[in-house]
Design a protein around this ligand. Structure first.
Ligand SMILES: *Cc1c(COP(=O)(O)O)cnc(C)c1O
Length: 453
């Protein structure tokens, strides 16, 4: 193994998050109030979210938003994260491409999610909130928020997608160790959960359903707010610390990426690594490709349509203009639980529509093959989600080899897979399969949402 690391100092942790909406020519279209169908104002979100987060969500004018000292102080536990040149992987692929990855797996909970969890818990605490709720897929967001909630003295209830609750019991233990209450979703504790269990008693859950349950609990509990780990603009905003650090580190390496890649669930780590580079494309016309790597079993960017749709299964959220497979889409039980979401954030959706970024869909078996090769070359076992980005980076590196071009590729390693070993076990035993989504499945789901607007 032969890697090269680029390390920043504490003082290099960014002072401000980058808000790409300020620099976009075509701003994302307005989210709509689910009742009135009128353009959403920050005040409409105050009952659900901390007020500062609601303002960040709809802020289209300030390119830089200062990171509070208390949040930066917490970031120091593990930030700045390393940028690594993956020399081992380059050698294994025998490619002239240079491959770099930003290692967000070094956070205490093993993923990038803590970048936003700390910020969200901080603003809730500052505004006098005592309880928060959320959903979690594979448990990464729930784990991050549990740690942040404990630090700021908030009570947390987490709805965890049932399939992951059973597939990833140790993430549940992590949340409980940090003092959170964890409920498998769908549950009988909410109207949304009871309804879906009545219709489909064996339903293994989805992020969309878990979000409905968490919002419902927040709305029926005094002094309680809901928090979301992806999709929304303010979550993407907080994640830009990843790309802002990577920008400095690429400079240290004396290179500039031709291609920047992130795996894609709702878009937060993709946004985090790419938006600071996108700013050079928007403001200086830099030639750079941004690629979102999504699962073939949940292909909202590659095969969904751009439409107003709900962010959750029950239809509690505002209507968001986004690429979607339909809010009632039930994705296959793939191991990349964090990528099993029906829609994409509104910023990313606008960027995709405007041709400012691309998407690539990846089959489950290809992700595990890529993840295993990466582990053997670089010594880090990647999260199944992150392996989508690795597979995309490998694909691009092999194209560069065919063309004989010395492309510079940067991807985000969003998390490690040490709590996903049951998935690796299944892969090694030959028990994992690919999942095909038929055009009929996609069309059938989309029919139901075209009626919304
Ligand atoms: C949650 C998660 C993702 C997907 O979420 P995004 O918001 O799209 O980044 C990707 N990788 C890891 C490790 C995750 O925990």
């Amino acid at each position: 193994m032969n890697t090269k690391k680029f390390i920043l100092q504490e003082k290099d942790i960014p002072q401000a998050w980058y808000n790409v909406m300020a620099d976009m020519k075509n701003k994302p279209m307005n989210p709509l109030h689910p009742g009135t169908k009128k353009a959403l104002k920050p005040e409409d979100l105050y009952p659900i979210f901390a007020e500062e987060l609601a303002r960040q969500e709809l802020n289209m004018t300030d390119a830089w938003i200062e990171i509070p000292d208390e949040v930066r102080e917490m970031y120091k536990i593990w930030r700045p994260t390393p940028l690594v040149r993956a020399l081992g992987l380059e050698k294994a692929l025998d490619t002239p491409a240079h491959i770099y990855f930003k290692n967000e797996s070094v956070s205490p909970v093993g993923s990038h999610k803590l970048n936003s969890a700390i910020a969200q818990a901080y603003y809730c605490k500052k505004e006098g909130v005592t309880n928060i709720t959320t959903e979690t897929g594979a448990g990464q967001w729930g784990a991050a928020l549990s740690m942040a909630a404990k630090h700021f003295g908030l009570e947390l209830a987490v709805y965890m997608v049932k399939v992951s609750y059973h597939q990833k019991p140790y993430r549940r233990s992590i949340m409980q160790t940090f003092g959170a209450q964890v409920i498998a979703s769908p549950s009988m504790s909410t109207k949304a959960g009871r309804k879906i269990l009545t219709d489909h008693p064996n339903y293994q859950g989805s992020l969309g359903t878990a979000i409905s349950e968490a919002i419902e609990l927040a709305m029926s509990t005094p002094n309680c707010k809901y928090t979301l780990g992806s999709v929304l603009n303010h979550v993407s905003l907080h994640q830009t610390v990843i790309g802002l650090e990577a920008e400095k580190q690429m400079e240290m390496a004396g290179e500039y990426p031709d291609i920047v890649i992130g795996c894609f669930g709702g878009g937060s780590n993709f946004s985090g690594i790419t938006f600071p580079f996108l700013r050079h494309k928007l403001n200086e016309g830099k030639d750079i490709r941004l690629i979102a790597a999504e699962p073939a079993s949940c292909p909202k960017l590659t095969r969904g349509i751009f439409q107003y749709d709900f962010g959750d299964e029950a239809g509690y959220t505002p209507l968001l203009p986004m690429y979607t497979l339909g809010h009632n889409f039930a994705p296959a039980n793939i191991h990349a639980g964090g990528l099993r979401y029906h829609g994409a954030g509104t910023i990313v959706s606008q960027l995709k529509k405007d041709g400012l970024m691309e998407a690539m869909d990846i089959q489950q078996l290809d992700t595990f093959k890529a993840g295993t090769l990466f582990a053997q070359c670089e010594g880090i076992i990647p999260a199944p989600e992150s392996s989508h980005a690795i597979a995309a980076a490998i694909k691009e590196a092999l194209i560069a080899k065919e063309e004989g071009t010395r492309k510079c590729i940067l991807f985000n390693l969003s998390g490690h897979g040490l709590i996903d070993m049951a998935a690796y076990d299944q892969y090694l035993a030959g028990d994992l399969t690919n999942y095909e989504v038929t055009d009929e499945d996609v069309a059938k789901n989309l029919e139901s949402i075209e009626k919304i607007i």
